[in-house]
Design a protein around this ligand. Structure first.
Ligand code: AKG
Length: 272
C-alpha cells in the first residue's frame, strides 16, 4: 500500500445518502457497509490486541465480573487516549462526519470510545437497553457508531434493534448484571406489540449507528471465535449537560459545563 493511502487512513469521506439519513431518523439506527478497508480493520485489531494486553484506563467486565480473566463482556474505555491506531480512527474524522450527516449537526465531539469484546466461552448477552440513561446529557441526540472488527452474526453477538423505539422516551437504566427489571417489563401494550427485534449481521469494517434512545441488544457469543466491536459515542450540537444527578461515570470529573450548558469536557474533543 502506498504511503499516501496509509496517510489517508480513517480520513477519507464515506458518503451518507439522504436515504440513510431518513432511515436513521425514522428507525433510530442505520447500517453502513465497508466503512473501513481491510488495512484499517487490521490496524484497529492491532490497537485492540495491545489494549487487551496492557489494560490501561477504565477496564471492567460489563456483565459484573472483575475484569480479570474470563470476562463475559470485556469493556475498555477511551482507547484513543492510549493507542495511536484508535486515535487515528477517532480523530481521522470519517465516522464523525457520518455522525454529523445523520444528525444534521454542524459540530461533533467524541464522548468516549469503548471496545466491547465477547470471548467464546464465558460470554453473556448485553440486555435490552437504551444508552441515554447512562449518559450525562439532558436532551437526547447523542449517538453511537458500533464498528464490527469481526464478522458478526446473531450467534456471535451482532447488534439487534427495535426500529422506532427512539420515539418511546427515556426509560430507567438496565442492569447488565441481571438485577432489576428487564426493559421489556417497562413497556406499555402498544410498545409490546411493536416489539420486533431486527438483527444486523455485519462484516468486519461495517457498522451501525444508533440513537441514544434506541432499544438494542446483543446475544452472548456462542461461537468458537471472539467478537470484537469498537464503539464511538458522539455529542452533536444541541446536547446540554444534565447535571450531577445523572452522572457518576468515569468521565464525571472531566466535565467542565454547568447544568444546562452545552456538554463539554477536557476529553470531549471536537472532531467536526
Ligand atoms: O456490543 C454489545 O454487546 C452492546 C453494545 C451496546 O450496547 C452499545 O454499543 O451501546
Amino acid at each position: 500500500m502506498s504511503e499516501a493511502t496509509i496517510e489517508g487512513q480513517f480520513k477519507s469521506t464515506y458518503p451518507v445518502t439522504r436515504d440513510k439519513i431518513d432511515f436513521y431518523q425514522k428507525n433510530g439506527y442505520v447500517q453502513f457497509n465497508d466503512v473501513l478497508n481491510s488495512d484499517e480493520v487490521n490496524k484497529l485489531r492491532t490497537g485492540l490486541a495491545r489494549a487487551i494486553d496492557d489494560k490501561k484506563g477504565f477496564v471492567r467486565d460489563l456483565a459484573g465480573g472483575d475484569g480479570g480473566g474470563n470476562q463475559k463482556i470485556l469493556q475498555m474505555l477511551n482507547l484513543w487516549e492510549y493507542h495511536d491506531e484508535v486515535k487515528q480512527y477517532i480523530t481521522g474524522g470519517r465516522i464523525a462526519r457520518m455522525a454529523a450527516a445523520l444528525t444534521g449537526s454542524d459540530s461533533i465531539r467524541i464522548y468516549h470510545d469503548q471496545a466491547l469484546v465477547k470471548e467464546p466461552g464465558p460470554s453473556a448477552p448485553s440486555p435490552w437497553h437504551q444508552d441515554q440513561p447512562y449518559w450525562p446529557s439532558k436532551e437526547p441526540g447523542m449517538l453511537s457508531c458500533w464498528m464490527a472488527l469481526d464478522h458478526v452474526t446473531v450467534e456471535r453477538g451482532c447488534m439487534q434493534f427495535i426500529a422506532g423505539s427512539h420515539e418511546w422516551g427515556e426509560f430507567s437504566p438496565i442492569s447488565f448484571e441481571g438485577e432489576g427489571p428487564a426493559l421489556k417489563d417497562l413497556l406499555n401494550d402498544e410498545q409490546r406489540k411493536a416489539w420486533n427485534p431486527i438483527p444486523v449481521e455485519l462484516q468486519p469494517g461495517s457498522c451501525t449507528f444508533h440513537h441514544g434512545l434506541t432499544f438494542h441488544y446483543t446475544n452472548a457469543n456462542t461461537t468458537d471465535h471472539v467478537r470484537r466491536a469498537l464503539v464511538a459515542i458522539f455529542i452533536p450540537d444541541g446536547v446540554n449537560y444534565a447535571g450531577d444527578e445523572k452522572m457518576d461515570g468515569p468521565f464525571s470529573p472531566t466535565i467542565s459545563s454547568e447544568k444546562g450548558e452545552p456538554l463539554r469536557g477536557s476529553k470531549f474533543i471536537k472532531l467536526v
